[in-house]
Design a protein around this ligand. Structure first.
Ligand code: HEM
Length: 526
């Protein structure tokens, strides 16, 4: 089943990027969405907005207190970084999922207000990779090769390793315009290099299905070939989300509970909308998984080897993208190269546990930071804000932004949501006052007067910090399980289409290792 046509014309925006339409329907829409489209017709199209799973906050926290707490949370540098058991690639897989389903462009102001029910979500909330497909070949032809099915890939700039040996112009970058802007379905996927390389892996994964299906059936071309490859790509992606990613970051019991008992908070009429508790709190848990430094490949490593040039810091992973670029205003991304220098192509064996391909001798897979109330220091000055016109330093900080955005949309506090989850019969275990007072920032929470009104994002991180399993606790897990299961069930291509799939075991397991082995680009620079 394809999405209904009416979902794609959004007032003031024309055809939404997230739609996927057959060429004929897309062309028809493009012509009516342009100047000929009357306001009346546009109004017929329902808006995709955010929605609430829980009632809004009863008491708004003080903005200055939130900023103080946020800045205190971002302190971890490379010297003291801790490891979880989760392979670091899953941090960016999470960010990739986030960018597939939620995109809030409301400007953040200290002390402002926004109503989620009237706030557009600029992504389709379904797990349908609209961030990759951009609405399909008819809506975004610039993403595709002339066959109308293959996604374009970019070529790296020639570079050198630490010995001066040349690394060639390999096809391992995102496609880019002359001004280096990535030509992809969601510009945010060029925000840091780990995410950009993961986006590239998905472009190549889709193209691998195009080649396979066309090889098997040469008469399959154009729209039909594209649709088949898209369907295979999305289903494998959803399988990774359900069978590999979620069981690592949330309590697997919460996922089983939602699959077998159905939704507790998400209502059928919300199926086109994104729960604000997911986008502004629960799924931002990934911000604490970001490491300050990485073992990246044989050139960018902490190990003193002849081919080494430098350590791969988080700052450099921003620098080697166009979207973030440098935090020095006016500096060009990639240190001036036209595209990603080839010595920055990732060695995937260092980011995921790959079957049959361990990291090179002496190296091990990077592990994500534990999910807890600590964040990497660099996140207190994001180049996308500090290098680009934002004037209030408090808004350079990711943790402060998360907390202030929670206030902007009046998120309920963590204790209120914990009560609601217990009342609905879900697995629960409300944090005690002592537990909230504990941890590296419990004293700060109390100091700034938020002990009885703990921000939902902070509460969810603190739940994880107290968990024996290193995953999110009951509140974080319930919000994420509800949202992801609902938005996989409602995708036009869905591994959960059959309602009889009510247990994880009924979904065939697929892993990032399978995906990367299939595309075969484990370590292109050797
Ligand atoms: C270096 C890595 C990352 C950076 C620099 C980053 C940065 C950001 C920024 C600047 C925002 C918008 C903040 C605001 O104005 O409210 C944001 C939103 C968000 N982030 Fe991250 N993030 C990163 C990784 C992640 C990861 C790993 C996850 C999850 C696993 C994640 C989940 C989210 C979600 C769900 C949103 C809300 C998106 C929306 O609704 O528009 N992020 N992130």
């Amino acid at each position: 089943m394809l999405h209904g046509v009416e979902r794609y014309v959004i007032e003031g925006e024309g055809v939404l990027e997230g739609g996927l339409l057959p060429k004929s329907a897309a062309n028809a829409l493009l012509s009516v969405a342009d100047p000929m489209m009357t306001p009346e017709k546009r109004l017929l199209a329902p808006k995709r907005t955010f929605c609430r799973l829980f009632p809004e906050a009863s008491v708004l926290p003080d903005a200055a207190a939130l900023i103080e707490l946020g800045l205190a949370m971002e302190t971890e540098d490379g010297q003291v970084a801790k490891d979880s058991s989760i392979a670091a690639g899953f941090t960016y897989f999470g960010q990739f999922v986030d960018h597939d389903i939620t995109f809030d462009q409301t400007q953040l102001t200290i002390g402002g207000e926004a109503n989620p029910n009237e706030t557009p979500n600029h992504r389709s909330p379904a797990l349908d990779l609209d961030s990759v497909y951009g609405g399909g070949p008819a809506a975004r032809p610039e993403l595709y090769e002339a066959d109308g099915a293959t996604l374009k890939i970019g070529v790296c700039a020639i570079s050198q390793d630490g010995t001066g040996a040349e690394i060639g112009a390999l096809p391992h970058d995102l496609p880019r315009r002359g001004d280096r802007v990535a030509v992809i379905g969601d510009k945010r996927n060029d925000e840091n290099l780990a995410l950009a390389q993961l986006h590239l892996a998905f472009l190549k994964f889709h193209n691998s299905f195009v080649r396979e299906f066309q090889g098997a059936t040469p008469s399959l071309t154009g729209d039909r070939l594209f649709a088949r490859a898209r369907e295979a790509t999305i289903k494998h992606y959803q399988r990774i989300v359900l069978t590999e990613f979620l069981p690592r970051v949330i309590d697997p019991n919460a996922l089983e509970f939602i699959l077998s008992h159905g939704h507790r908070f998400f209502k059928p009429e919300q199926h086109d909308h994104m729960p604000i508790e997911f986008s502004v709190a629960a799924f931002r848990m990934g911000h604490s998984m970001i490491r300050p430094t990485y073992e990246w490949n044989r050139v960018f490593t902490a190990k003193a080897t002849p081919s080494r040039l430098a350590e791969a810091t988080l700052s450099l992973l921003f620098e080697f993208t166009q979207f973030s670029g440098s935090d020095v205003p006016g500096d060009s991304p990639f240190f001036g190269a036209a595209t990603l220098p080839s010595n920055w192509i990732v060695d995937w064996r260092l980011m995921f546990d790959i079957d049959g391909a361990p990291p090179a001798a002496g190296l091990s897979v990077n592990r994500a930071r534990p999910i807890d109330t600590q964040l990497s220091l660099k996140l207190n000055k994001l180049p996308e804000f500090s290098g680009a016109g934002e004037t209030q330093p408090a808004l350079f900080s990711l943790a402060s932004r998360n907390l202030l955005r929670g206030r902007l949309v009046k998120l309920p506090n963590g204790l209120e949501v914990a009560d609601a989850i217990a009342a609905a019969g879900l697995p629960h275990n409300k944090l005690t006052e002592d537990q909230l007072r504990g941890g590296p920032h419990g004293a700060k929470l109390a100091d700034v007067g938020l002990l009885n009104n703990p921000p939902l994002w902070y509460y969810i991180l603190r739940e994880a910090e107290t968990s024996a399993f290193g995953t999110l606790g009951p509140v974080g897990s319930a919000i994420i399980a509800e949202t992801i299961v609902a938005h996989i069930r409602k995708a036009d291509v869905s591994v959960l289409e059959d309602p009889a799939i009510n247990q994880i075991q009924k979904i065939p397991r697929y892993t990032m290792s399978d995906l990367l082995n299939r595309i075969g680009d484990l370590n292109p620079i050797g």
